[in-house]
Write a new protein. Structure first.
Lengths: 318, 286
């Protein structure tokens, strides 16, 4: 029964997502696109987390994807779809360069290096203004085009983003259930044991990091071509914090956790957009509360509540 | 670069090194003994600067008294944080990081709301300029170097010559064995947290008269302190001091030659190179 139940739930969600554009305006569609982007970021962070790597570099790799893809289409004349994949590859390659020195030792170094890497990428985006447009940002990025049809309207952009997010999530899900997913999970739980049974943990950690960065790059490209404008301050430390909070609040033990966290928090903080201070305080408080009182995240809430609900039912029957 | 400019940068570099050393020592102690990577450190630095601003600048108390008061108050505050926030999730890497992250955002944003966005400043308690090797430097910067050196030596004495210090090193080496010797590990953890917080507050208070006081002022020293402890070796106290001097000098010398933002990038590149060729850091044990 549970399998059929979850399929039913998935189909419901999907049909809601597909039908939603009929009921909301252009602004709503933009928020939905942003939620898709947040979901993708949180899910790609989860791969790193699964390998036991606390990765703060999400915004940096998203920036590399966004700037890479935008510049490839604008300066080199790549078609946006090609630039989309090239941006992912670019992020993955850069992540291998960053991961090479930092993944060899303790995970703490990795945390700090990714933290610094965000600032480095931001500083470069600001300073290298002949290429990136400097602090004022990079306007006029062309939208995606499929078979000569340009995705200019928000509705077409939404469907494209939704479709590509679902494909990416499916790939991530299959990856997690594969042998690779099991191996990186084992690295998180007992790295020494993994080494003893013959797993090259260093290679797998690099791979996990590169895959995580690859999907961040794709997400960055999605963002750049849909919003048509990017600026360096978007990809700062704050974004890293938000993505980490999505993961923790949703729950890291479950594939659906980061997705649930990203969707829930994006919707909850939508009224706070423009009041940055309160938005941050909200994030901080909810993070502390979840980590201390609900370590499994909100995704573990139904399982925690079900015994008491079951008890209530028993009482009613009697 | 002329000789005078070089000497000037070296002196300012030593001044930066004193501040970075105070920050990095707290971080490296907490990492070595508690196993915490404390992202709240920058916010404590900021609170230290504001504490000095309010006690010395607004209330008009003596500077050194104000500094001590700030350090003590924030140190006690650190004790509470350890008890309420960190002990419940003790021993788990990711949740601890999440908690420090949350506290950092809370302090920084709370600071923005309470203290306001406009920069504040205090007068240095020691005025005047002295000339060293044909270069003039404000006396307060020299005092900063002195305060940094005194605190570092005091910490070194505490860790190597006192009973509490020996207990700390025992906990760092092996928690279980330390417990078996009758050391109260929880109490040592609390003391270390209090000490680290106090050092960060001292760094902030010392810096307050030099830079403008802002709620976001702690971020840069925090990332510099990270560089310092990676460079020197995580958990190593001599490493933190050597790393602070290297990063401080690199900072001031690179800032006058290539500009501040690129200096930041170069400093990280330096750290990455050290990680590639000497993964333990310059003086790290592991």
């Amino acid at each position: 029964m549970p399998i059929r139940k979850s399929y039913f739930f998935l189909v419901c969600c999907l049909s809601i997502l597909v039908l939603l554009p009929l009921f909301i305006g252009e602004y709503g569609l933009m928020i939905l696109i942003l939620i898709c982007i947040n979901v993708l970021l949180a899910s790609s962070l989860r791969i790193s987390m699964n390998a036991g790597q606390f990765n703060f570099g999400i915004p940096a790799f998203m920036a590399i994807g966004a700037y890479g893809s935008a510049l490839m289409t604008m300066k080199l004349g790549f078609p946006p779809i090609l630039a989309f994949f090239a941006a992912g590859m670019l992020s993955a390659i850069v992540s291998l360069i960053v991961g090479y020195p930092s993944l060899r030792i303790k995970h703490v170094y990795f945390l700090m290096l990714t933290l610094g890497f965000v600032e480095i990428v931001k500083a470069l985006a600001i300073r290298w203004d002949s290429l990136t447009g400097g602090p004022t940002g990079l306007p006029g990025i062309p939208p995606f085009s499929i078979a000569g049809f340009k995705l200019v309207t928000k509705i077409s952009q939404y469907y494209f983003t939704l479709f590509s997010s679902l494909v990416i999530l499916l790939v991530l899900y299959r990856l997690e259930k594969s042998r690779f997913g099991l191996i990186i999970k084992s690295i998180e739980q007992a790295e020494d044991l993994g080494e003893t049974v013959g797993i090259n943990t260093y290679t797998y950690k690099m791979l996990a990091f590169a895959i995580s960065s690859f999907f961040c790059g794709l997400t960055g490209s999605l963002y750049a071509h849909n919003m048509a404008f990017i600026e360096p301050t978007l990809f700062g430390f704050l974004l890293a914090i938000f993505v980490v909070v999505y993961c923790f609040v949703g729950g890291l033990d479950n594939f659906a956790g980061p997705i649930a966290g990203a969707v829930l928090l994006s919707i909850l903080t939508e009224p706070l957009r423009g009041f940055q201070a309160y938005e941050r305080i909200f994030f901080a408080i909810i993070l502390v509360l979840v980590v201390i009182f609900l370590p499994g995240g909100i995704i573990s809430l139904p399982a925690k509540l079900s015994p008491s609900i079951g008890r209530l039912r028993c009482i009613k029957k009697r | 670069m002329t000789f005078n400019l070089f000497i000037q940068s070296v002196l300012i570099g030593m001044n930066l090194a004193a501040i970075y050393a105070l920050m990095a020592l707290g971080l490296t102690l907490m990492f070595g003994i508690l196993g915490i990577v404390n992202l709240t450190h920058g916010a404590i630095f900021m609170l230290g600067a504001y504490g000095l601003y309010y006690i010395y600048g607004v209330l008009g108390l003596n500077f050194f008294l104000a500094m001590m008061l700030t350090v003590v108050v924030l140190g006690i505050f650190g004790l509470f944080m350890e008890r309420i926030l960190y002990r419940p999730v003790d021993g788990h890497f990711a949740p601890v990081i999440a908690i420090t992250l949350a506290v950092m955002i809370l302090f920084e944003t709370g600071g923005n709301l309470i203290f306001g966005y406009e920069p504040k400043g205090v007068m240095a308690p020691v005025t005047g300029v002295s000339t060293i090797l044909g270069v003039s430097l404000s006396n307060y910067r020299l005092v900063t170097i002195l305060i940094g050196a005194i605190l570092v030596i005091a910490l070194y004495y505490l860790i190597h010559r006192t009973k509490v210090g020996i207990a700390m090193r025992a906990v760092e080496e092996d928690k279980v064995a330390a417990t078996l010797q009758g050391i109260n590990v929880n109490r040592i953890n609390a003391i270390v947290f209090c000490l680290g917080t106090g050092l960060a507050a001292a760094a902030g208070a010392v810096t307050a008269p030099i830079y403008s006081i802002l709620p976001t002022m702690g971020n840069l020293p925090l990332s510099k302190a990270f560089m310092v402890i990676i460079l020197g070796g995580m958990g190593s106290i001599p490493g933190a001091i050597v790393g602070a001097i290297v990063i401080g000098l690199a900072d001031s010398l690179l800032a006058v030659t290539v500009g501040i933002e690129l200096a930041y990038v170069f400093a990280w590149v330096l750290v990455i190179l050290v990680l590639i060729f000497r993964p333990r850091g310059l003086l790290g044990a592991y």
